[in-house]
Design a protein around this ligand. Structure first.
Ligand SMILES: [Zn+2]
Length: 67
């Protein structure tokens, strides 16, 4: 597996998760990695709004359509 040649980051404004360490509302960013063969890989990483240092990959989960 080759290393990505480019990585773009876009902040997700519709993420409403919480920090896994302190419970403070977290923000999330969509990381898109571009590989030399033209394929892309998407990953969502949540980051705590406080400087506690917590960040973790999360599944692409949106609030639209929930009851
Ligand atoms: Zn936190």
């Amino acid at each position: 597996m080759s290393a990505p040649i480019n990585t773009t980051v876009r902040e997700l404004l519709d993420y409403f998760g919480q920090c896994g360490a302190c419970g403070y509302p977290a923000s999330a960013s969509l990381l898109t990695q571009h590989f030399p063969d033209g394929s892309t890989h998407h990953e969502v990483v949540a980051t705590c709004g406080l400087p506690c240092g917590w960040r973790a990959p999360v599944s692409m989960r949106r609030m639209t359509g929930s009851p």
